[in-house]
Design a protein around this ligand. Sequence first.
Ligand code: BT5
Length: 253
Amino acid sequence: KSVLKTRWLAHQLVHLESVDSTNIWAKKHQHELRHGAMVLAEEQTGGRGRLGRSWESSKGEGIWMTLVLEPGLPMHDAGKMTQLAAAAMHQAVVEVTGLPVKIKWPNDLLVDNQKICGILTEVSGELTRIERLLVGIGVNVNQQVFSGEIAEVATSLRIMMEQPVSRVALLTLFLKIFEKCYDDYVLHQSYGAVLRVIREHSMLLNQPIDVIRGDQRVAARAVNIHEDGRLEVVYEDGRSELLAGGEVSVRRK
Ligand code: BT5
């Protein structure tokens, strides 16, 4: 705890050796966890991505964590919090490693087109109000090799840097930046810095992309990331749409 540079974030810290998923653990233990709590695991045996996908979380090599937040915000702000986490992690990774990190809306960080970080935000509450937000973040830090299905899509900071990277340095810096961005937004309605990072380092903006619907791909262009976290796309017939989530990919020419 003494290494933390935060005023309130992660002051309640649960550090687990092994767990199925930090998000699932946080749900099961919701009554013991306060606003600002962090659940951190050395290993996840059933780490989860979006839409029931799995997230590989090898022992001692990554940052596998869930932040518990009660922002008291309207439900439609949930997407903004994912963007906020992505922007904060982007800044932290760049500051620690100097790597050229791209943000792939809505929830991935990539280096050289390979994924180093994914975010899974889960919300509980009524229809209109966020009661609780679980922001699950996975960062590949010190893996030396990936095998199987994700070998093609994943990389780690260590692989890109060709040397080990300090998980503690990255995590403490991330928490400090996240707390600042969160307080700026929740207490002072100031979201401009997050938007700037998200837009400046976006992998999709002004690119030809495919919007994926089931097994269909629809050609489009990403033209803006809105204040509320939605991605504005324009299709070839000129129609435009604001996407709140889901799958898009950069079109290969
Ligand atoms: C995500 O889903 O990117 C969200 C990942 C969130 C993980 C954190 S870890 C702490 C917390 N507890 C959890 O159980 N989860 C959160 P999505 O966009 O659906 O991407 C999932 C896809 O990424 C998979 O289908 C694989 O193709 C790929 N993948 C799996 N493990 C990976 C890894 N370690 N690194 C890079 N890509 C991976």
